[in-house]
Design a protein around this ligand. Sequence first.
Ligand SMILES: Nc1ncnc2c1ncn2[C@@H]1O[C@H](COP(=O)(O)OP(=O)(O)OP(=O)(O)O)[C@@H](O)[C@H]1O
Ligand SMILES: [Mg+2]
Length: 466
Amino acid sequence: MIPLSLAQIARVTGGQLCHGDPDAVVSGEVVIDSRRAGPNGLFAAVAGERSDGHDFAAAAVAAGATAVLATRPVTVPSVLVADVPAALAALARSVVDALPAVRIAGITGSSGKTSTKDLAAQLVERLGPTIAPAGSYNNEFGHPLTVLRADAATRYLVLELSARGIGHIAYLCRVAPPRYGVVLNVGHAHAGEFGGLDQVARAKGELAEALPADGVAILNADDPRVLAMAERTEARVVTFSSAPGSDAPVRAVDIRLDDLGRPGFTLLTPEGSAPVSLRLHGAHNVPNALAAAALARELGMDLDGIADGLGAAVARSRWRMEVHQRPDGVTVINDAYNANPESVRAAIDALAHLAQGGRAFAILGHMAELGGTSRASHEDIGEYAARIGDSGLAGLIAVGEEAAPLLDGARRVRSWTGEALAAPDGAAALELLANRLKPSDVVLVKASRAAHLEGVAAALEGEAGQ
Ligand SMILES: Nc1ncnc2c1ncn2[C@@H]1O[C@H](COP(=O)(O)OP(=O)(O)OP(=O)(O)O)[C@@H](O)[C@H]1O
Ligand SMILES: [Mg+2]
């Protein structure tokens, strides 16, 4: 962070300095996890479900933090504020305002934000010092904490913006006003909370609305709800597409997948074309790569640099389409990070591709936060799984009661010869699979975050030795 005195922090946050030297300076990291507090940092105490950060205020200062941002008195140097996220937002905004040369990009969409952010960051880092969040640091805590890592050396901020309701993205855009905005797609993630896809589009489009006239809105031409956001922005619009026949300026043609489901394609831009081979798995990473390419291009990267950078980029965040080949010939796709209807379809497509020549199994948990359409969505996904490839999945294992409608959907497909299996938990799912798996089978593991199926995937990966 750029160095700020406690007096400055109190002023910016409207807080009250307690037990502290007003001239003491915070120049280290701002954290909300006291175990990560370090020299000259600032520890923001948050009351969570299980523990209250205020109880760790003294430990954070002992670990080197200059002070604590707190909502109730603590015995160590602190700035008392009414609301910690609001204080972090104010601090982040003051840092952004102090660094006018930093170019800020925001990425949103229902699926693929982290994947695209990680790709984009690996391109933009080639242009200059870049700050991008780790994982999905994309909400009212993660967003300002990421921005606060910027300092005088920083040239680019590549940020992931999430929304669970109307106004959330507008808020994040006020914390760090982006000049470049990427919208990937409008899908069913959190659609229940939003009240339908049109509301999701309204919320994601707040990024387009927040862009200035000299900014750039990078929109997915293949998603009509995203393309319609062109009407909602003053910024110049640049579209990307992986659909055949599109005239979007940034697009992918000749898309193909290798044996492990890694896409290759020809990247077309107004400057020419270049071959790209991704190290990431799944066709859904093509639009993500195009979005990253369009952003890097706007930031001045040339076509060869973009193609080279995309080919070198690796998966930085865990449990998203990790493909693991076991010594016994079984392949495990660990996509356990999260799930919504679009991302489960994308993962089933990848499963079908990898299982050519073998059998496909899926261990699926429930997709959370779909609201009234939840049962129907689960049934539709089950049906989709039963129809893939020539004969559908060899086995669909639904983990937990809420995932059971997946099986009802699969059974709707009369011609399906696979097994529909219910497992109360991950351990039971592993047991069901254990005496069924044969060499050259492929297993997908996927569910919403709350299901924590990454443990199941790890167990599968570890089986039969490494
Ligand atoms: N463009 C895409 N279209 C559909 N599904 C995608 C796309 N990109 C990624 N996915 C799927 O979504 C899962 C989550 O990807 P990622 O973490 O990049 O999304 P996210 O938008 O950051 O999610 P979150 O809202 O949880 O932060 C991946 O495991 C993959 O299965
Ligand atoms: Mg994410």
